[in-house]
Design a protein around this ligand. Structure first.
Ligand SMILES: [Zn+2]
Length: 211
């Protein structure tokens, strides 16, 4: 059984109108995103899978992982994908001081801008947690904040992958944003889930674009 929600709560989207959870698109476009990397082994495997389907994706990276794996970050950029900001060390916006949280974002953005100077600032808060004050200041600083339409639970231990995918392919809509993770905790599920997901959605005529 699903013990978590696959889709983001409606109320959340009303509380934070500047936070994007899906995009208006023309055609059958889907946005895949991968959080918490880059990871030296897992991210390259994700990139190889994406290439098989000519899929582009967005990687919401931790600043500390970018510092540790700049070559993997370059692989993401060279592959035509997009780097996004996911704080420096996966801070929880509800638990740390406002100033510290903003510093963590800006420190990470500086690293991203050094790796890819032409990029616009995009951010995803860890745990999907944000506050009105943070949403406001990020808007002022011209960050686009992205959550997701679908969280597929790749980090869960007892996940029934085929059930999750069945529900997804029956209700997904063009413009939906999917979140997965390129980190060790999720990899057992991701390595099964991602090839199936790419195959099934491609078969339905979907193409995968970066945000
Ligand atoms: Zn995360």
């Amino acid at each position: 059984m699903f013990s978590y929600s696959l889709k983001i709560p409606y109320l959340y989207t009303k509380l934070f109108p500047s936070v994007i959870h899906r995009k208006e698109v023309s055609g059958k476009k889907i946005f895949l995103s991968f959080d918490d990397g880059p990871h030296p082994e897992i991210t390259p495997r994700v990139l190889t899978l994406l290439d098989k389907y000519n899929a582009k994706a967005t990687f919401f990276c931790l600043g500390k992982n970018l510092v540790e794996n700049p070559n993997i970050a370059q692989m993401i950029i060279q592959g035509g994908h997009r780097l996004g900001n996911h704080t420096f060390t996966h801070e929880n916006a509800w638990k740390i001081k406002f100033g510290e949280y903003i510093n963590s974002i800006e420190k990470t953005q500086k690293i991203i801008n050094e790796l890819n100077p032409s990029t616009e600032n995009i951010f995803r808060p860890p745990y999907g947690k944000i506050t009105p004050a943070i949403a406001n200041i990020l808007k002022e600083k011209e960050y686009q904040v992205f959550l997701w339409s679908w969280i597929l639970g790749d980090y869960k231990k007892n996940i029934h992958i085929d059930k999750v995918l069945k529900k997804l392919i029956h209700t997904i809509q063009p413009g939906d944003i999917l979140v997965l993770h390129d980190q060790p905790k999720s990899f057992e599920n991701l390595k099964i889930m991602l090839p199936k997901l790419l195959y099934l959605l491609s078969k339905q005529g979907y193409i995968f674009e970066k945000l």
